[in-house]
Design a binder for this molecule. Structure first.
Ligand SMILES: Nc1ncnc2c1ncn2[C@@H]1O[C@H](COP(=O)(O)OP(=O)(O)OP(=O)(O)O)[C@@H](O)[C@H]1O
Ligand SMILES: [Mg+2]
Length: 369
């Protein structure tokens, strides 16, 4: 699968552009603020039905306009599939595949898988446990729809249980039986989710370790430790936490409190790792993400690399470029504010590559020679 062409209308700093791409390597080159990341974001949007950067669609509309639209044509074996996303101020957004609107946007996720590596992704490493759960949930859910359904059901029941705890605190009589029905549902759904996360990590962790070792030349050992209330007796854990739940008016046990510890030399990388090591860990996580999806979905996701060179030393950059230029990867989009670096590296490669010069919301292909 690859993105053959892309059209943007009134998306961020783009008025209207149409581009066609190489099935292998595509580089967006240009100075700060020219619109390189915005192009990657448009591609990300077509895969995930939302921007990686903005939480609100309205922020993606080019200033002084009231809508944006994106269209991507994907080559899939011998067919072309067209994905269309549009948003108009005050209206519901539209997502269409070959002119047909989806009933639920969630159905689209995973059809055109993509993996983005971007500078502010370090939240996964430096942020809260919720950031790490969201990261892994996103990967597992793309490959496993039952997981997504269980997760959504769990969130619903959790909300209901928390609402009930609040009602008890606001002088409604305590109803142990009603609370227990919610607890039981959380335990049943939570067990499925816990088992899926556990199974996922068994496949994922070796991929992570392998990619980190390549990037770092095996300089420092790394790993993930998974911690969940489900590792003990979960019924007992809920029972023991009942008083605390009632006082705090929320549920303190369950998979919504799972933690994934990212470690380097058996210490937390967020406290202990240097910026370059954290960045390497992040890249290894995303590479593992890519290979996991590739195996599960039997298609190579698009790889979107935004500003990945920053903070890495020359040796790690070289390793990274060699890694992504191998046949293990499919189509790649990469941004660089220092055009010469990318041109020197990618220019030497066998893979078909195209360079695009981005200047203030305009894009022109650079011909070599
Ligand atoms: N809704 C919008 N309407 C118009 N312009 C926008 C909108 N959203 C963002 N921009 C503009 O897009 C530009 C940023 O583009 P982008 O983040 O793609 O730059 P970049 O080329 O990746 O830069 P850098 O090298 O610094 O990462 C900014 O100048 C910003 O003002
Ligand atoms: Mg950028």
């Amino acid at each position: 699968m690859y993105l053959e062409s892309l059209r943007l209308i009134h998306f961020k700093n783009y008025k209207k552009i149409e581009l066609s791409f190489s099935p292998q390597i595509n580089c967006f080159l240009g100075s700060n603020g020219s619109g390189k990341t915005n192009l990657l974001d448009a591609i990300y949007y077509l895969s995930f039905t939302k921007s990686a950067e903005q939480t609100q669609d309205i922020q993606c509309i080019q200033h002084e306009n009231d809508f944006f639209s994106l269209q991507g044509k994907y080559a899939l074996s011998d067919k072309i599939k067209t994905v269309f996303c549009a948003f108009q101020q005050g209206k519901k957004k539209q997502i269409k595949l070959d002119e047909k609107a989806y009933q639920r946007h969630a159905e689209h996720i995973g059809r055109f898988p993509a993996v983005l590596i971007a500078p502010n992704d370090t939240d996964v490493i430096r942020g809260s446990s919720e950031d790490r759960r969201r990261f892994f949930d996103g990967i597992i859910a793309q490959a496993n729809k039952a997981y997504l359904n269980n997760l959504m059901a769990y969130q619903r029941v959790l909300k209901q249980r928390n609402r009930l705890l609040k009602q008890f605190a606001e002088n409604e009589p305590f109803d142990a039986t009603l609370l227990e029905t919610y607890t039981d549902q959380l335990i049943t759904l939570g067990t499925h989710i816990y088992e899926a996360r556990h199974a996922f990590l068994k496949d994922f962790e070796p991929l992570l370790i392998e990619h980190y070792a390549t990037l770092s030349d095996e300089q420092e050992p790394i790993g993930i430790t998974y911690e969940s209330h489900h590792q003990g007796d979960i019924h007992e854990a809920f029972a023991a936490s009942l008083q605390k739940d009632r006082i705090l008016k929320r549920t303190n046990r369950g998979i919504h409190r799972d933690e994934f510890h990212f470690e380097m030399k058996e210490r937390l990388i967020k406290n202990y790792g240097s910026q370059g090591q954290q960045k390497s860990y992040l890249i290894a996580l995303k590479m593992a993400n890519f290979h996991y999806l590739k195996t599960q979905m039997e298609v190579k996701p698009l790889l979107l690399l935004d500003d990945i060179f920053d903070k890495l030393d020359d040796q790690r950059i070289e390793k990274l470029l060699t890694m992504v230029a191998s046949d293990a990867f499919g189509q790649i989009f990469i941004t660089d504010a220092r055009p010469e670096r990318s041109k020197t590296h990618f220019g030497k490669l066998q893979q078909k590559h195209r360079f695009f010069r981005v200047v203030d919301g305009c894009v022109e292909e650079e011909k070599e020679g």
